[in-house]
Design a protein around this ligand. Structure first.
Ligand SMILES: CC(C)(COP(=O)(O)OP(=O)(O)OC[C@H]1O[C@@H](n2cnc3c(N)ncnc32)[C@H](O)[C@@H]1OP(=O)(O)O)[C@@H](O)C(=O)NCCC(=O)NCCS
Length: 159
């Protein structure tokens, strides 16, 4: 059984989440891995954004993550906050864990008093992320370019 926790409950896993993030999104960027580790330790000790969630399996191992943060799309600092860095380890995909992580982030955004939550579509050749997020209550805001210059779509949800 997998449960969703704020990273604050499992701060020791910050470097693992940082590694997933680095491997998934930062390989071509000039940002050191240590900066990401530091950033996840910060999320593990915050009470407001940036925050992170971790999916923990029955052996108390991390199998997925998501974050709530500001300035996720560097070209749109005017839009905040963002559902960011949703990632499930391959062996645990298609079990509804991504869905549970999205719900946790949405609930926290609402609890913190935000009225709107944003995300931008990552590069994914397997899952149609626009339909994935539409099914989970997000709507298309506009087309844009991601932090690496690839075309992306900004989506939002009124929370
Ligand atoms: C996208 C991702 C987070 C989904 O996580 P997950 O835990 O597998 O998601 P869920 O179990 O909640 O739902 C799986 C979805 O994939 C769909 N799916 C399952 N097998 C699929 C396949 N072979 N091809 C396409 N879609 C498939 C399911 O239909 C389901 O979508 P639906 O509920 O809209 O029908 C996960 O695939 C991932 O980590 N991908 C790499 C990182 C990434 O792309 N992150 C998103 C950044 S915006």
């Amino acid at each position: 059984m997998v449960h969703i926790h704020q990273l604050n409950d499992f701060p020791q896993y910050a470097p693992i989440l940082a590694y997933w993030s680095y491997h998934q999104w930062y390989l071509k960027r000039d940002i050191p891995f240590t900066a990401l580790v530091q950033s996840y330790y910060e999320r593990a000790h915050n009470t407001s954004t940036p925050l992170a969630w971790v999916a923990i399996n029955e052996k108390k191992l991390p199998v997925g993550m998501a974050s709530l943060k500001n300035n996720d799309l560097w070209s749109r600092p005017d839009l905040n906050p963002w559902l960011a860095s949703l990632y499930i380890v391959p062996e645990y995909r298609f079990m509804g864990i991504g869905d549970s992580l999205v719900k946790a982030v949405v609930a926290k955004a609402k609890e913190l008093g935000y009225s709107r939550l944003y995300l931008f579509e990552g590069q994914n050749e397997t899952v149609n992320l626009i339909s994935y997020y539409t099914k989970r209550g997000f709507s298309v805001l506009e087309e844009a370019h991601d932090n690496d210059g690839n075309p992306t779509t900004i989506m939002y949800m009124n929370v």
